[in-house]
Each structure stands twice: as C-alpha cells, then as structure tokens.
Design a protein around this ligand. Structure first.
Ligand SMILES: [Zn+2]
Length: 123
C-alpha cells in the first residue's frame, strides 16, 4: 500500500507549525520620569546619590536603598544636612502623605553616616 506511506509523511510535515507568536508587545510599561527631588534641599540629583523612601499600599514606610519597592516614593540626598532639614519640616510625611515615624529619619542619618565613613575607608 504505497499511498498510505506518502500520506503519513505529509501529515508529519503539516503538524510542525510553530505558533509561538511573540508576546513582547503585551502592555509596555509606562516610563514615568518624575524628577527626583530631595525632600531636604529640594534639589534634583542623579538617582545614585539619593536614597528612596517608599510607602506601600498599607501605609508602611520603609527605607528603600534598592529603589525597587512598589508604592509612592520620596527621595533624599544621602547627606546629614538634607536629612536633618527634612526632619525639621517633616518633609517625608508631606511627600509620602502619611505620618512618617521619627525612626525613619534616624535610619537615614545612620545610613548617611555609614556611607560617609565607608567612602573614607575605600580611599
Ligand atoms: Zn538634598
């Protein structure tokens, strides 16, 4: 039965249709380019010199050194003077629209002090 063999070969060819359509254009993320303004000195700085403080949906405030936590974020320079002036005006609470615990400012001050001493060691 020669026809049977031919039929078989043809069917294998037709079954090899790869239907993996690229799902790359599914919802391009919005590139939000908000200026990163320090809540202390009110100046814009490159991101790497600033520290992000994030507030999540539950209203919890946390220092976000990676800058990747979801939610509203505020930025402050990693400088003692900026953090102190922000604390004086409670600028973080205003920027994040939630009451920021005083401990957050303490954490920031510690990080600023740590960053400074670390920089001296590396030199
Ligand atoms: Zn600043």
């Amino acid at each position: 039965m020669p026809w049977n063999r031919r039929e078989c070969r043809r069917s294998t060819i037709f079954s090899r249709t790869s239907s993996t359509t690229a799902a790359l254009n599914r919802g391009t993320p919005m590139m939000r380019r908000r200026p990163r303004t320090c809540v202390g000195c009110r100046q814009e700085s490159p991101k790497r010199e600033m520290l992000r403080i994030a507030r999540n949906a539950a209203g919890d405030v946390s220092v976000d050194p990676s800058g990747r936590l979801p939610g509203r974020g505020a930025y402050v320079c990693l400088k003692e003077e900026c953090i102190l002036s922000a604390r004086k005006r409670d600028a973080l609470s205003k920027a994040l629209r939630v009451k920021v615990d005083a401990g957050v400012y303490d954490t920031l001050l510690e990080m600023a002090a740590g960053a400074e001493s670390k920089g001296e060691k590396e030199q």
